[in-house]
Design a protein around this ligand. Sequence first.
Ligand SMILES: C=C(O[C@@H]1C=C(C(=O)O)C=C[C@H]1O)C(=O)O
Length: 357
Amino acid sequence: MDLQELRKRIDSLDNELLSLLNERMGYVKAVGELKRSQKTVIYRPEREKQILDRLGKLNDGLLSRSAIEAIFLEIFAVARNLELPERIAYLGPEGSFTHQAAESRFGGMSEYLVLPTIHSIFDAVETGRARFGVVPLENNQEGMVGETVDLLREKELHIAAEVLLSIHFGFASFNDSLTQIRRIYSKDIAFRQCSTFLREYFEDNRVELIPVESTSKAAKLAFTEPESAAICSHIAARLYGVPVLFDNIGNSDQNRTRFLIISKDFQNQKSQADKTTIIANLPNTNKPGVLFDFLKDFYDRGINLTKIESRPLRQGSSFRYWFFVEFEGHYEDGPVQEILKKYGSLMKVLGSYVRIS
Ligand SMILES: C=C(O[C@@H]1C=C(C(=O)O)C=C[C@H]1O)C(=O)O
């Protein structure tokens, strides 16, 4: 087949794809109307996961699983926008890893609200300025983002979904010679994650490491200030046009961050593989074994705990704690319900959502 013929066939398939996509959107619109009349939520991550799993199994062509996901996640995002355009708030500025996480789920066409702090994202979702918020929860090298965890306990919001993102840092600057650099901007967590690189290249040195709220703000500062550099995402360096001098400078190339999509709603149905997040205020007794008993409740029911983290209660000058707990399963599962009933109001369920591995 010559080029002309190949392109003719591609054109004809594109025509079919377009008409099929429009037909699909017709059904999506009808689903949207049903949801509106039943006052249920638009975003159903568990249904999207089911579609991706089914297509992944069905697929025997040239497309990889991640290619199918990329294409269909964009189709879902466009579909949801057609059902009801929903604004999404994320931790900015543009080009942050949180931006990347938000786009991976809500696509390039959604309306985004870019906010400067995690707190402001919770506020935007709480007041309805945004339907969803995207916030970082934990990094697999550094642990939890305290502000997110504490706000999850404080506010009446829920977790709709989780997103996992590989974090690759670059070193960006207009100065080609490292000796000209006096200041390096980044998030404090990123300085720690790139400590080996910093020690190796700025060992003797007189550089100042200046923490800022986000790595994209760091890129912006590296763009405006001479004698400066940023440790930031590629997407941020590109956004501000700062050349990346060294790529992938993290101590570990297994560096991943887990983000949460928060919303007011709490309606995810069960999928094949769910995770549940709860806040556990354990009974305030001085008796030994309170935490042990709680953990045993999970062990006895064969529920796999995936995380337990203590956080300070901040009650006077005491050293007392509450627990951020995650486990496999849905909050409606019988054994989970037994535990929740046993502890009553001491437990707060933040959400059950599709587990991403
Ligand atoms: C159409 C729906 O709404 C949204 C869009 C989906 C889609 O495009 O297939 C799937 C789930 C929802 O996030 C639905 O719930 O079925």
